[in-house]
Structure formats: structure tokens, C-alpha cells
Design a protein around this ligand. Structure first.
Ligand code: ADP
Ligand code: ADP
Length: 240
């Protein structure tokens, strides 16, 4: 079953010279539940814009977007309410290159923060946050502040936070790009473990071919806003 389906999606931006930038051009994408799907391309290829449309943050100029069985955008028009869009967005976890943690609160508070709208009681929130930290093997750092952790550990906190609302989809936007090889390995192994244990669907945006080769099941190559090739990892020619 496809958990993410994009049909003929376009995203145009008007830039300062009044020329239109086709950041995403006629993209068709079908991502199966439980897979790790890599989206690879050089800087400026349109990867971030594409994931922002998948994450329902960026409205496309044209096309149809279906996520988790719900059609959100049909022929370029949003067909659900903003409130429902917001609720649906909580079911899509996201991690970034720079972690985006709040540095003035502790690790466990960062994870608990994501559960603010969950309806759980404070005690339940703390128990759940601790459980999530255990999942990423950081229970012993619960009361540390983010800057007291290594980059890889901070990214694991970000992953725990992204999983707080039990999303079916985790989008990783260059999540290992700021990490050294050892921490990169740690994060890639963790993502693989989450795919296997939680049947999580992971969309991995990266310019690092090694990461794609290591953990992705399927891959799409992006160039100048277009997907130029997509399929099983082993059928796609991965250019350096
Ligand atoms: P990538 O993530 O692959 O580096 P992006 O999606 O960030 O690529 O950018 C794709 C193209 O769209 C680039 O030419 C970029 O300059 C342009 N672009 C991205 N966001 C905007 C925006 N908000 N306004 C205008 N142009 C944008
Ligand atoms: P790694 O080898 O995984 O990159 P580091 O060498 O950065 O990890 O850190 C090793 C240990 O030291 C980690 O457990 C981390 O919590 C701790 N640590 C790293 N940086 C700091 C810091 N600035 N203040 C306090 N503890 C730190």
C-alpha cells in the first residue's frame, strides 16, 4: 500500500527578478508503507521543497497529494480544513540537519514538549518521554541539556521527539549531514531499527550516496526540480 502518493505535483516560486522558479516539476511519487525511501540530489534540486509538500507545509501550485489514505490536495486545491491539516501534520515526524532542539530546556523536556497537545496528563507525558528516550538509547541523558550532548546524541533526542505522536512517517531532511562518520552510522542504524521495529516509513532526503546505499529500499534521483529516475535501490544507477 502506498502511504505517500504524489501525482503531477508542481511547486513554482516567483523570484525577485519576476521569473518563475519551478522548484518541483511534474513529480510523481509512490512510497510504500514500511520502506525507507531515499530522495537524492545536489543542492538546489528541489528536495526540501518536495518534502515540505509531503509534510503539508508547502502548498503545491498543481497536483494531487495523498498521505496515509487521505487526499489533502486535489488538482492543486486543498480539500480538507486547515485544522484537519494541522492534525494530520502531527502524524508526520520530521528531523533536520541542525536538530532544532530547544537549548534552554532539558532533553526529556524537549521530548515532552511534543506531547503538549496529546491530551495526556503530566505524569503520563513524562513516562512516555522517558520511554521514547529509551527507544533511542538515551535514557541516561534525560536531565542533560542538549548542548551537553554530542551531535549524534542530539539527533537521537530529535528522533525521540519526532516519534512522540506516534507518526507513521518520519521525514529526515539531511539529518546526518552535520555529523561525523561515527555518529552518522549511529543514526543510520537507529533509523533502520525504527523501520524494523515500528514499521515506520522513512523518507530520507540526502546528498550522501553512502547513506542511501546503506539503508534505503527505494530511491528517487532529483535534478532541477524533476525526478529523473526512481525505483529499487539496486536497479538505480547511483552517480557519485
Ligand atoms: P534542495 O533542498 O534540493 O537544496 P530546494 O528545494 O531548497 O532544493 O530549492 C529548489 C529551488 O527552489 C532552488 O532554486 C531554490 O532557490 C528555489 N526555492 C526554494 N524555496 C524558495 C522560496 N521560498 N522562494 C523562491 N525560491 C525558492
Ligand atoms: P561522540 O564520540 O559520540 O561524538 P563525544 O565525544 O562528543 O561523543 O562525547 C562523548 C560524551 O561526552 C558524550 O556522552 C556526551 O554526553 C559528553 N559530552 C560531549 N560534549 C559535551 C559537553 N560540551 N559538555 C558535557 N558533556 C559533553
Amino acid at each position: 500500500m502506498a502511504i505517500i502518493e504524489l501525482k503531477h505535483v508542481n511547486v513554482d516560486f516567483a523570484n525577485h527578478t519576476d521569473k518563475t522558479v519551478h522548484a518541483v516539476h511534474d513529480v510523481n511519487l509512490s512510497i510504500e508503507k514500511g520502506t525507507i525511501f531515499g530522495i537524492v540530489g545536489f543542492s538546489g534540486a528541489g528536495k526540501s521543497t518536495l518534502v515540505r509538500t509531503i509534510n503539508l507545509l508547502q502548498k503545491p501550485t498543481a497536483g494531487t497529494i495523498k498521505v496515509n489514505g487521505t487526499e489533502f490536495i486535489k488538482d492543486g486545491q486543498q480539500i480538507i480544513t486547515n485544522k484537519n491539516l494541522q492534525i494530520a501534520r502531527r502524524k508526520i515526524g520530521m528531523i533536520f540537519q541542525n536538530f532544532n532542539l530547544l537549548n534552554e530546556i532539558t532533553v526529556i523536556e524537549n521530548v515532552a514538549f511534543a506531547l503538549k497537545h496529546s491530551g495526556l496528563k503530566e505524569k503520563e507525558i513524562n513516562a512516555k518521554a522517558l520511554q521514547l528516550l529509551e527507544l533511542v538509547d538515551l535514557k541516561d541523558k534525560a536531565n542533560f541539556y542538549p548542548i551537553q550532548l554530542s551531535g549524534g546524541q542530539q539527533q537521537r533526542v530529535a528522533i525521540a521527539r519526532a516519534l512522540a505522536n506516534e507518526p507513521d512517517i518520519l521525514i529526515s531532511d539531511e539529518a546526518t549531514s552535520a555529523l561525523d562518520p561515527q555518529n552518522t552510522q549511529q543514526i543510520l542504524s537507529l533509523l533502520k531499527k525504527l523501520q524494523q521495529e515500528l514499521n515506520l516509513t522513512i523518507v530520507l532526503i540526502t546528498h550522501e550516496m553512502a547513506a542511501v546505499k546503506q539503508i534505503c529500499d527505494q530511491v528517487a534521483l532529483m535534478q532541477l526540480g524533476e525526478i529523473v529516475e526512481q525505483g529499487n535501490l539496486h536497479d538505480i544507477v547511483l552517480r557519485p
